[in-house]
Design a binder for this molecule. Structure first.
Ligand code: BGC
Length: 474
């Protein structure tokens, strides 16, 4: 199986590849794994609308609001770290069952929270589940999918995240005029959580995990079921490859990440992770209704307009999925990051200019839409895709987990400081700061991020480290 083929089918070939390669089980496995992405997205988005009402109901000031948003992220950092161990120790499957169950507990706890500390506590519990899902969902998918749709499924997971965000906006919209609305908004999440926990009980362990446990016959059986009638299936070839990957990975440790030849790869992963958050994407996701209501809109119409942000995010992620293997990751990444930087400047200028606020109130929404579209075609999917492509097999899951933790950590820093930064350097000052970080991101990406489309891993690693197999040579 060539490395190029792992991503070659994202886009138009993705659906037909998925159809050709399964007997229904793979489609079911993918759909259930996508619920993991949904949870990630739903929780990210739901708080934006709920916060408008929690503020008044529980008397939450700026600091309390920041903690309500960001306690989930602290939980997610911990969840992403713990899931690396859990996924090996108790299996990917059971880690996901637990993630769904914890999610249900967290959602119920939030819905029935009687005060701010209780809400913050249960948002932390939700975070444990979301952080776990963000790491284990792509891992589970990549270990079940045949090479020809594996790349597509990785980006498909990002699509599920954006659908989750959109769903949360729609739920916010549906409940906006109901009594105890924010409790419903947070509580409805019980449904996808339960669907994940129950759904995961019905799917098999991944072949890779079974092989790690020495259960080769079972692994072969699962692979046969997953490949169904796929004419390209090579069960024994895959078993051999898993053996080889397990052998190299088994001997690598977290300290190997610091080897001189691996370090440059890790910096690219961490750079993508941190910039993905430092351009402020989640301030838009979390605070879009707040930003819009600052432009003079009522709470209710801010929530309505936020739905446009969610739809744009989904639509442009679909476009990215279709384009990533045609025009390449780098062009989308650079073009998208330039686009979002320009729109950040536009938002900042809007908040600086009273004339615009009075005469062009829709400019803020337009700028937000350009921003989210630019993020969705580039940095959104490209970060998650790249971290599954740039690391050598033996060190990949550890390096991916470090990049995932860096992403949640940066997400936390941005969320925990957005409102305070607004008080300190004004709202427009904050957006100027994100724009400056956008410019830094463009420079970093242009200098450091390679094109990975249609290239083998060895080739990519040679460009980044100067050697073809950094694991062996360092
Ligand atoms: C990011 C999330 C963000 C989402 C928005 C993801 O790639 O990791 O932090 O909320 O995109 O669509």
């Amino acid at each position: 199986m060539s490395e190029e083929s792992t991503t070659a089918s994202v886009g138009s070939g993705f659906i037909s590849g998925l159809r050709a390669s399964g007997n229904g089980l793979l489609v079911r496995v993918s759909a259930i794994a996508a619920i993991g992405g949904l949870l990630f997205g739903y929780d990210t988005g739901v708080i934006s609308g709920a916060l408008l009402y929690i503020k008044g109901d529980l008397h939450a000031g700026s600091l309390a609001q920041e903690w309500i948003v960001s306690s989930l992220l602290l939980g997610a950092i911990l969840g992403a770290i713990a899931s690396g161990y859990l996924a090996d120790a108790i299996s990917r499957k059971w880690t996901k069952v637990i993630s769904g169950t914890v999610y249900v507990i967290g959602a119920l706890g939030c819905a029935f929270a009687v005060n701010i500390p209780m809400l913050i506590g249960f948002r932390f519990v939700l975070g444990l589940s979301v952080g776990t899902a963000s790491f284990v969902a792509p891992l589970y998918i990549s270990e079940c999918a045949p090479p020809k749709v594996r790349g597509g499924l990785v980006s498909f997971n990002q699509l599920a995240v954006t659908v989750g965000i959109l769903l949360s906006y729609l739920v916010n919209f549906a409940f906006k005029d109901v009594t105890d609305n924010w409790r419903w908004m947070l509580g409805v999440a019980v449904i996808p959580g339960a669907a994940l926990a129950i759904g995961m009980l019905t799917v098999p362990h991944t072949p890779r995990w079974l092989m790690q446990r020495g259960r080769e016959d079972e692994a072969r059986g699962v692979l046969k079921r997953l490949r169904g009638t796929d004419p390209d299936a090579d069960i024994e070839g895959e078993i051999e490859e898993i053996k080889e990957a397990n052998r190299t990975e088994g001997s690598s440790t977290v300290r190997d990440l610091l080897k001189p030849k691996i370090r440059p790869l890790l910096w690219v992963g961490i750079g993508l992770a941190v910039f993905q958050q430092f351009v402020g994407v989640n301030t838009v996701i979390y605070y879009a209704p707040t930003i819009l209501s600052d432009t003079g809109l009522t709470k209710s119409s801010s929530i309505t307009q936020t739905v446009f942000v969610g739809v744009t995010n989904v639509v442009f992620t679909v476009i990215a999925v279709l384009l990533l293997d045609r025009i390449g990751r780098r062009k989308l990444l650079l073009g998208g990051t330039i686009g979002l930087t320009v729109s950040l400047l536009l938002i900042a200028v809007y908040f600086t200019t009273p004339y615009l606020q009075q005469n062009a109130p829709y400019l803020a929404l337009v700028a937000l839409l350009i921003y989210i579209a630019s993020f969705a075609v580039g940095l959104g999917p490209v970060f998650w895709l790249m971290i599954s492509e740039i690391f050598p097999t033996g060190i990949r899951s550890k390096a991916m987990s470090v990049s995932t933790v860096a992403n949640w950590g940066a997400n936390f820093i941005v969320a925990a400081t957005f409102l305070s930064l607004g008080n300190l350097i004004t709202r427009q000052g904050t957006f100027y700061l994100y724009a400056a970080l956008g410019i830094a991101a463009v420079i970093f990406f242009a200098a450091k991020v390679p094109e990975t489309k249609d290239r083998s891993l060895e080739d990519i690693q040679r460009e980044l480290t100067g050697v073809a197999d950094p694991e062996r040579e360092s």
